[in-house]
Design a protein around this ligand. Structure first.
Ligand code: MG
Length: 383
């Protein structure tokens, strides 16, 4: 049996991870949970899974023990002082499903104890990926991507030699606004942008999918996870979200991973690693789907994607700043303080300001992140 800690258990990925764990009680036991705001759901999860530890920023949650716990007089679940502390507690696998750079030190803590980190927290990979890979090597842990595209690439790379990889190709559905005329994008409300055609996800990532900034982050995520350059990662528009990504090899052959669009495949792939799960998702029926469409990305429609490439080429400072600025801008867009089309304009300003910093040490990431946020708030109004 594997023990599992889930950071961000009340979010979309966290809830799906708990569903996967619940389906296989013989294989997995939850030993740690954390939530950011949703106290009610966290309480229900604590009562159901009785983990040894949990973390909630506003402090301990009142939990009813099971009859067994009460009879045995066990204080069965303990609130710890930080996400990082929860991540350092023993667990065979830690799933990081938190959103934003807030997941940074927890990811570092898992790798520093040589643990397995299944990570969906792309802002952390983007900002600190080089350091995470160094820690993985140094302490003998393992990073397993949960993002569908990167999980697909990892699966395509299995048994292959890195020397013979020519390029990585990330597929993109195009998000909720893929069919909206470009000149109408400035009028799009958050409600419209949140209506993703294929994936049901958290708010930040859904808006990022509408602007394709999410795919830009994923390009950088792929660069960091697979240790390749920006020119080695391409984006391919694919509206059906059946092909989750591809790898092209030196001989011109391409391998792709296909499945019905369901995150449980990458979650169970990580949980069972190095094995595969059983019936993680329903079987793909290509005969029913019939046609799959592919096209090149349109940078005029999706300027955020181009900005992400620019940042990736400029260096780590630009990448950290761009990601931080986007967190602020998405929040302001959801509050209806800025237009959707303001996001790339303001990202561009942040990018030119933070362009010069090539490499950023782990302990300086949060200060650059904070400076970029301050700069962005100075353009759009304070919190
Ligand atoms: Mg993805």
């Amino acid at each position: 049996m594997k023990t599992v800690t889930i950071l961000g258990s009340t979010g979309s990925v966290g809830r799906q991870a708990l569903e996967c764990v619940s389906r296989h009680p013989e294989a997995f036991k939850v030993v740690g949970l954390s939530a950011y705001k949703n106290e009610e759901l966290l309480r229900a999860q604590l009562e159901k899974f009785s983990p040894a530890h949990y973390y909630f920023p506003s402090g301990a949650v009142e939990v009813q023990g099971s009859l067994f716990d009460i009879l045995e007089d066990k204080s069965f679940t303990k609130c710890v002082g930080s996400l990082e502390e929860l991540a350092s507690k023993p667990a065979d696998i830690v799933i990081s499903a938190v959103s934003g750079i807030a997941g940074l030190w927890a990811a570092v803590a898992v790798l520093k104890r040589g643990g397995t980190l299944a990570i969906a927290n792309k802002e952390t990979i983007v900002a600190a990926g080089r350091h995470l890979k160094d820690l993985e090597r140094k302490y003998g842990g393992k990073i397993i991507p949960l993002d569908t595209e990167h999980s697909a690439i990892m699966q395509c790379l299995k048994g292959e030699s890195k020397k013979q990889v020519k390029k990585l190709v990330l597929t993109a559905s195009g998000g909720a606004l893929r069919d909206v005329p470009v000149d109408k994008l400035s009028k799009i409300t958050p409600e419209e942008a949140l209506n993703h055609p294929v994936w049901s996800m958290g708010k930040k990532i859904t808006i990022d999918s509408a602007t394709l900034f999410n795919k830009g982050l994923e390009v950088i995520e792929a660069m960091r996870l697979f240790e390749v350059g920006a020119s080695d990662v391409e984006v391919l528009m694919h509206r059906e979200s059946v092909v989750h990504s591809l790898v092209e090899f030196s001989d011109g052959a391409q391998k792709a991973l296909l499945s019905v669009p369901d995150m449980k495949l990458s979650i169970e792939n990580a949980l069972y690693y190095p094995e595969r799960g059983v019936n993680s998702v329903e079987a793909l029926r290509l005969d029913k789907i019939g046609v799959l469409n592919f096209s090149a990305p349109d940078f005029e429609r999706y300027p955020c994607l181009e900005l992400a490439y620019e940042a990736a080429n400029a260096g780590e400072g630009a990448v950290i700043a761009l990601s931080a600025a986007d967190e602020v801008l998405v929040e302001k867009y959801l509050e209806k303080k800025i237009k959707l089309t303001d996001i790339p304009l303001l990202l561009k300003k942040t990018l030119s300001k933070f362009k010069g910093i090539k490499e950023v040490e782990l302990e300086n990431i949060l200060s650059i992140d904070e400076k970029a946020r301050q700069y962005t708030y100075s353009m759009v109004g304070t919190k």
